[in-house]
Design a protein around this ligand. Structure first.
Ligand SMILES: [Ca+2]
Length: 280
């Protein structure tokens, strides 16, 4: 039966094959004519959708899920300010717009038993967890380390992706011995540590941190772009302690073994699903 159906099919295909060719030929002629007519109808310099000049000048699409650019002139874009030293927005330096956030810690004043000055979306009643298991996120953060920023011989953090139920943040940007690194939770052994650069004072540094969130070290990853350059290629690691979503803290938190007044400015914080969605 199989062979028979093949045999009977052959002449049918042969006979029928001329009709589609005729139809296709007619369609091609019509399409070609339409294209020529369209080309003739478009005036020179038309703002067609394919005009590269108009694409380049179009404003970037903003698909960020969270923005903290300080342009409200206060700290309302964050849930909390955890700082022993009173801080808020400043008008200089700024990365963009009119305002940036200031973070300051000094020897002595403590909050939650630590030297800390952070802008946070948790923990607490206004938690805004944004980083969920199985998702990828891009976090943009621009920071400016003041000219007098101390040199640290022990750990300090300038950004944390943290669980609301406490514990060591499963992803962090650390500053220690003048080195920048992504750290994993200190409950892990060995603790993930991915150095990606050295700090510079007195200028804005733009971080773009790309995560995939997972408790599985074969699925989770982190990637860092600093000042537009890929400084930490996609590196697989465990980025969550458990399946609870994480929130963002940006600002300073340091070991009491470090000392000195430390001032950091923060601007252009964005979180979104793609690099384009958080680009300044
Ligand atoms: Ca700003």
């Amino acid at each position: 039966m199989h062979r028979q159906s093949l045999d009977t099919g052959r002449p049918r295909r042969g006979k029928a094959s001329r009709l589609p060719f005729l139809i296709a030929g007619g369609l091609l002629t019509l399409v070609a004519a339409a294209l020529i007519a369209t080309a003739l109808a478009l005036p020179s310099g038309s703002d067609g959708v394919d005009d590269p000049a108009s694409s380049a000048s179009a404003p970037p699409t903003s698909g960020a899920d969270f923005v903290a650019d300080a342009e409200t002139g206060d700290t309302d874009q964050w849930c909390y300010v955890h700082s022993a030293i009173p801080v808020g927005v400043v008008t200089s330096p700024v990365r963009a717009g009119r305002y940036a956030f200031k973070s300051e810690i000094r020897d002595g004043p403590l909050i939650y038993d630590t030297e800390r000055s952070e802008y946070a979306n948790g923990p607490g009643s206004c938690d805004k967890p944004m980083f969920r298991a199985g998702t990828e996120t891009w976090t943009a953060v621009s920071v400016y380390l003041d000219a007098g920023f101390p040199e640290y011989s022990s750990w300090s953090l300038i950004a944390q992706w943290k669980e609301a139920d406490g514990g060591s943040p499963p992803s962090q940007i650390s500053v220690e011995n003048e080195q920048l690194a992504i750290l994993g939770a200190d409950s892990l052994d060995p603790r993930p540590r991915f150095p990606f650069g050295t700090i510079e004072r007195g200028r804005w540094i733009d971080f773009l941190v790309h995560h995939k969130w997972s408790t599985d070290q074969g699925i989770g990853f982190v990637e860092v772009i600093m000042d537009g350059e890929l400084v930490l290629p996609k590196t697989f690691t465990r980025t969550m302690d458990n399946s609870n979503p994480l929130f963002l803290n940006v600002g300073q938190y340091r070991d009491l073994a470090n000392s000195g007044t430390a001032v950091l400015y923060i601007d252009e914080v964005r979180v979104g699903p793609t690099r384009q969605s958080v680009a300044p």
